[in-house]
Design a protein around this ligand. Structure first.
Ligand SMILES: [Zn+2]
Length: 144
């Protein structure tokens, strides 16, 4: 008689029908995160407008404003990116493919989804992709 499979769904993925049972938990996480992000995104953009619209009095101020504008632009872009990812995750939920790795079609570990509810890839595929990226875009690459 075979041993029952001892697979911890928190560490390993679930099958799609099992993941679907957890959709409400992850939908709450996703919606909660987007509610947090929307006001942050708005205030980053307002700060950005302010930085750009306030004309600098002298050169020293100009460099401070550049740095600040750059900071708020990066912040706004990362919020925007996360909001898009969240919208896409909710869309995958509607299509019943949420929590399934887009690369290998295995279930994404529940622990990973709790940490990163908009994850598209399982940890293995994500690490493989990051290794590839590190090869394609090495940090030490000289800029000409
Ligand atoms: Zn995968």
């Amino acid at each position: 008689m075979p041993h029952p499979r001892k697979i911890d769904p928190v560490q390993y993925g679930l099958s799609p029908p099992e993941i679907r049972k957890l959709y409400s938990e992850f939908a709450r996480l996703l919606l909660g995160r987007s509610k947090e992000l929307l006001p942050l995104d708005r205030s980053a953009r307002e700060n950005l407008d302010e930085q750009v619209l306030t004309s600098p009095g002298d050169e020293a101020d100009a460099s401070v404003i550049d740095t600040n504008a750059d900071y708020f632009l990066k912040l706004a872009n990362s919020h925007q990116h996360e909001l898009i990812e969240i919208r896409d995750a909710l869309d995958r939920m509607h299509r019943g493919v949420y929590g399934v790795c887009e690369s290998c079609s295995e279930g994404i570990a529940v622990a990973r989804l709790r940490r990163l509810p908009h994850a598209r890839l399982c940890i293995d595929c994500q690490s493989a992709r990051e290794r590839l990226r590190a090869v394609a875009y090495p940090r030490e690459k000289p800029t000409l």
